[in-house]
Design a protein around this ligand. Structure first.
Ligand code: NAD
Length: 480
């Protein structure tokens, strides 16, 4: 397979003919060659998006919604293909891509089309002053959508859908590890009738490559970014010379608090899901379990049994829940963190490395790993590992649990398992994180704000929160 850029409606290679390899984490073989873009391709794509912006921004919202519905229908029609492409590209189990991330990508398209059409506008009437004011929401302009590899299609859909719905044009830059489905998505948009130049995709890397060129480009009005916190900081610096509007969805190290009154029949599988889903490569992963001391032993015993059921396997097998890590670099990083944990004095209760299954030897598989005898000062507990590694710590009272939960530079998410409404309300209020789940995990309402406190990001995605980013509000005053 060979993957090209899509610029102004045309699939093109880079002018200098450069390419890079796209490798599957299943066995580290090359599945595609990919055009490697540079400043020239970015300039062409941004130019096309700028030219297309005028008429797309004036296209009636009903028509933009119609296009988004057609894009959603095409995603549904090609769901099996898209699920397999994401699974091969980055290793997420087909059970997740086919049942969750691909269907949700279609739903996000439909949601934002409908939201943009139906959302209310502000108006203020001051009869005593003889003035009516209203807020016009003008499309922001050309938006760069820079995505990570952990949910390639869905992360891009969360940027593309609101951008199109609110009248922006887009240059997508998928992660270099998982470039395939963004290209298919751009083709789907073109085939659905979205005019040339409205949706473009340019492939390449981050620093010194396509990502940085987009962030520095003077004709890009906003950058919608999801990725690591360190990258978010680099984006802020690079975008400062043009005062670029940035939406930053960044990393996390979320606490999963299990109280003495928790229903362990829910809390244990919920904790395992929070830690091992997508091999721990999700930003809201509950990678620190804080467990009340009175139930610590029972919780651990049940958690270890549950974790053993997350056996690594071929992600293309529908029964597999734990696939490989996205790349050999990510594998080395995760195994490196487990070594650091050992050096720091942690006990590895389960897992700790590559599974002993010869058929998986060529891939980047790591066993579900549970660490105990840790405290919140250790690197394995403070830093985002982004692998199937769960650190478990006891606590004595809720004050202590909340203090540990907040003792992190991140603030993306938190989870709590309790039967007490009072505990739920207090903890939800006091944990400094943008998303908080009580007796459940990772449920998301597309109208609700999704994003992080502290170093987990700036801005929010979802409903009106996305409208905030993809539009410029303008106050208009009419004499009545
Ligand atoms: P990353 O920051 O390395 O890369 C993300 C994207 O940014 C890629 O497309 C990459 O090419 C590009 N990029 C890298 N450096 C850049 C630069 N200097 N300028 C412009 N673009 C640049 O992240 P990753 O390793 O792909 O993804 C994992 C990270 O993403 C984790 O930290 C995870 O928590 C985070 N994440 C956050 C959310 C969220 O919604 N908050 C969701 C998923 C993942």
């Amino acid at each position: 397979m060979h993957i090209r850029h899509l610029i102004d409606g045309h699939l093109v290679d880079s002018a200098d003919g450069q390419i890079f390899d796209d490798v599957t984490p299943i066995d580290n073989t090359v599945v595609a060659t990919v055009a490697l873009g540079g400043a020239g391709e970015v300039d062409q794509a941004v130019g096309a998006a700028r030219r297309a912006f005028g008429s797309w921004s004036r296209t009636p919202v009903q028509q933009r919604r119609f296009m988004l519905d057609r894009i959603a229908d095409a995603i549904d029609a090609r769901a099996d293909e898209l699920a397999e492409l994401d699974t091969r590209d980055m290793g997420a189990p087909i059970s997740d891509t086919a049942a969750i991330t691909v269907p949700k990508s279609a739903e996000v398209m439909r949601f934002f089309g409908a939201w943009a059409e139906n959302v209310s506008d502000e108006a203020y009437h001051r009869p005593e002053l003889g003035v009516l004011s209203y807020t016009a929401r003008e499309p922001l302009g050309v938006v760069a959508a820079i995505a990570p590899w952990n949910q390639p299609l869905l992360a891009m859909a969360w940027k593309l859908a609101p951008a199109l719905a609110f009248g922006c044009t887009v240059v997508m830059k998928p992660a270099e590890q998982s470039p395939v489905t963004a290209t298919v998505l751009a083709e789907i948009c073109r085939d659905a009738g979205v005019p040339d130049g409205v949706v473009n995709v340019v492939h390449g890397f981050g620093p010194g490559s396509v990502g940085e060129a987009l962030v520095r480009h003077p004709d890009v009005d906003g950058v919608a970014f999801t990725g690591a916190s360190a990258t978010g900081k680099a984006l802020m610096a690079a975008g400062s010379s043009t005062l670029k509007r940035l939406s930053l969805e960044l990393g996390g190290k979320s606490a999963n608090i299990v109280c003495a009154d928790a229903d362990l029949d829910q809390a244990v599988p919920g904790s395992a899901l929070a830690a091992f889903n997508n091999a721990g490569q999700i930003c809201v992963a509950g990678s620190r379990a804080l467990v009340h001391r009175s139930i610590y032993d029972e919780y651990l015993e049940r958690l270890l049994a549950e974790a053993r059921s997350w056996a690594p396997g071929d992600p293309l097998d529908p029964k597999t829940r734990l696939g490989p890590l996205v790349s050999t670099e990510q594998y080395e990083r995760v195994v490196g963190y487990i070594d650091i944990a050992r050096q720091e004095g942690a006990t590895v209760l389960l897992g700790g490395g590559r599974p002993s299954a010869p058929e998986l030897d060529a891939g980047n598989y790591v066993e579900p790993t549970v660490l105990a005898d840790v405290d919140n000062s250790m690197r394995c507990v403070r830093e985002e590992i982004f692998g199937p590694v769960l650190a478990v710590m006891p606590f004595d009272d809720l004050d202590e649990a909340i203090r540990i939960a907040n003792d992190t530079p991140y603030g993306l998410a938190g989870m709590l398992w309790t039967q007490s409404l009072e505990t739920a309300q207090r903890t939800a209020r006091e944990v400094r994180a943008g998303n908080f789940w009580v007796n459940t995990f990772a449920v998301r309402d597309r109208r609700a704000p999704f994003g992080g406190f502290k170093e987990s990001g700036i801005g929010r995605e979802g409903g009106d929160h996305s409208r905030e980013f993809y539009t410029e509000p303008k106050a208009v005053y009419l004499k009545t």
